[in-house]
Design a protein around this ligand. Sequence first.
Ligand SMILES: *Cc1c(COP(=O)(O)O)cnc(C)c1O
Length: 381
Amino acid sequence: MSTRPFNFSAGPAVLPEAVLQQAAAEMLNWHGSGMGVMEMSHRGKEFIHIYEQAEADFRELMAIPSEFKILFMQGGGLAENAIVPLNLSRGLAADFVVTGGWSQKSAQEAGKYCQARVAASNQANGHTSLPAPSSWRLNADAQYVHICSNETIHGLEFHELPDLQALGCRAPLVIDFSSHVASRPVDWSKVGLAFAGAQKNLGPAGVTLVVVREDLLGHALDICPSAFDYRLVAQHASMYNTPPTFGIYIAGLTFQWLKQQTEVTAEGVALHGVAAMQARNVAKAELFYNYLDRSSVFESRVAPSARSRMNVPFFLKPELEAQRGPALYESLLSGAKAAGLLQLKGHKSLGGLRASLYNAMPLAGVQALIAYLQAFEKTGL
Ligand SMILES: *Cc1c(COP(=O)(O)O)cnc(C)c1O
């Protein structure tokens, strides 16, 4: 078993140890080819095999219907904030549900290419709960509706995707699912396009997955860079230009790891792949939020119904924070590091602490974190 520390980074983040081990073993000579993956032509049969396997595994894992294309792109989530409106907006308008730092950024960037309207926002309550879809002011001429289905910084998650059709809206739903991709199943009947930077839950930074319904291809603005035109990228099976080959390879190893994961429920039902991850992620998050809710020193500031299973910002209780916040956070972080609990510092815009509980974080990591925080409550104050 692993003797590595537990890594709670929000991203780039922990990967399954088995994936890192396999990549290390294959680094110099992939499957007897005499080449490392980084050294291969993206058009050679070795890499084409790696690519096709990764795509097929992701489709199977996430149960992606055949009318959706899977693209492996570059530029990260932030580039998609421009690439989506360049491809989908037709220069007209799009609606944004602003629920935290990431959807805010998406709306701002889209405003360069179309009219970006805020259909709903939780700014008034400091991004601590999610506005009910029935309250969203969706516009009839919106070319798409954007949500961030897991707000990595503020720690909010849509536990169910909105059903736009049921709200009387015909526009496709775009989800930024960067930080909870593959943590739970997705209902594709509600989605037009989903994108995710890989570095949170799938692999290294540098590869971005886009899942896009076919009817949304082919509407790019003239100014859209060719390398970012979804139709061209799809036509060339992500090889219009050189794709991020090593990142695709590591994501592919992660997909294979995910496919092997199983969990048996209390009722004796065997769960596989993403369903198994979901069960594990629910268990990890419940354990940690239950601890926070009972703690006299720490707290979550997010409404229970909106709490992210992947990213948990947490803080000292306000009075303690006001009195001794900076010193206590510093001592918490240095003590955590010494105890083998890494990268718990909160995002710079919020301060405090944040534990990211991605797929590759085992339950034992959450248990170790809770044990450390409990000890701190007794002896660290
Ligand atoms: C990390 C993240 C991004 C940004 O990804 P980059 O690769 O840094 O561009 C976008 N959206 C969400 C939800 C994220 O967590």
